[in-house]
Design a protein around this ligand. Structure first.
Ligand code: ZN
Length: 320
């Protein structure tokens, strides 16, 4: 297998994960989570969303969050931006990158933002101009790129058209999102055969949700195409807490564990990342889908300096 030697992980939990939490997470805790993630080694963190505060009340403190983070040098803090108003607020808060989003499915886009995909793309033109003029780089999300909960199959031509539109807007990266976890590895592989000639591996990120348990398999399929940017959400935070099984992005700590064990460098300190996942569990007050926060690092097994009781991870044995 011809796999990349290192990859970049974009942590999206503070935005894609937290935005689904029904109970408001205090601003201080959001900030602490983001600071802990930067401390664990992430160079890119999606920290906020400048959608209308009434649409996503959880993100209503986005300006304060972005404004108050203790910035680590070399870390890019980004935010989701739906329109020009959102861009104004994002720029005023001091983000280093914005993310635009449009669905590959017409129905999903209407449900999500109340307009046709062509209107969304048209609206991005002014936003992109202003952002680029201000030296802010742009990520473009293709939402429901691998399937739509309303329409089912999404024609790959839709994805190609949006990718081309983003390129003409001057985005530095396009992120293909499997928003409701419908992708499988063969489909990912076929999609990449079509999209990579348009973007190259440096302009492409993959954003997998683990709704049906296929996220890590999809990552492996993308690695075989030498894709090097993947999104993850700490703890696997995200999805709808009221709908069991509607889980969020692939848990970042599970993703980092798999990659590092395969010899693919991520630059992330897995021990600190597991602490972040446990902190996140504390924030939301329930268990999360990620495995590593419970199972621990593989390296801890048989390590005499390890302070974790390895027996807590052995089935049938109780921790002391
Ligand atoms: Zn997502």
């Amino acid at each position: 297998m011809n796999l990349p030697g290192s990859v970049t992980i974009v942590e999206v939990g503070p935005r894609d994960g937290l935005q689904n939490e029904p109970d408001f997470v205090p601003t201080e805790r959001k900030i602490e989570l983001i600071e802990r993630l930067a401390e664990a080694g992430f160079k890119r963190i999606e920290v906020a969303s400048f959608v209308h505060p009434k649409a996503v009340p959880q993100m209503r403190d986005s300006a304060e969050v972005v404004g108050r983070i203790r910035r680590q040098p070399g870390v890019v803090y980004s935010a989701l931006v739906p329109n020009e108003k959102g861009l104004e607020r994002a720029l005023a808060s001091g983000v280093g990158e914005i993310a635009l989003f449009v669905s590959a499915s017409e129905t999903h886009n209407r449900e999500n933002v109340g307009m046709a995909t062509a209107s969304s793309l048209e609206g991005f033109r002014k936003i992109a101009e202003t952002a680029l003029a201000g030296g802010i780089r742009i990520r473009g999300y293709v939402v429901t790129a691998f399937g739509c909960p309303y329409e089912g199959t999404v024609p790959p031509e839709n994805v190609e058209r949006i990718v081309d539109a983003y390129r003409s807007l001057g985005t530095h990266e396009v992120a293909l999102g499997d928003t409701t976890g419908m992708a499988n590895p063969s489909q990912v592989s076929r999609m990449l055969d079509r999209i990579l000639p348009r973007l190259g591996t440096t302009g492409l990120a993959l954003h997998f949700h683990d709704t049906r348990g296929t996220a890590l398999a999809n990552v492996l399929a993308a690695l075989q195409h030498e894709v090097t940017v993947f999104d993850g959400s700490i703890g696997g935070l995200g999805g709808c807490p009221y709908a069991p099984g509607a889980s969020g992005n692939v848990a970042t700590e599970d993703l980092v564990n798999m990659l590092e064990e395969m010899g693919i460098r991520t630059g992330i300190d897995l021990r600190k990342l597991i602490d972040c996942a446990r902190y996140t569990r504390g924030i939301v007050g329930r268990s999360l889908p990620g495995h590593l926060a419970t199972a621990g690092m593989i390296r801890w097994a048989g390590d005499p300096t390890n302070t974790e009781d390895p027996r807590q991870n052995v089935p049938g044995q109780r921790p002391k």
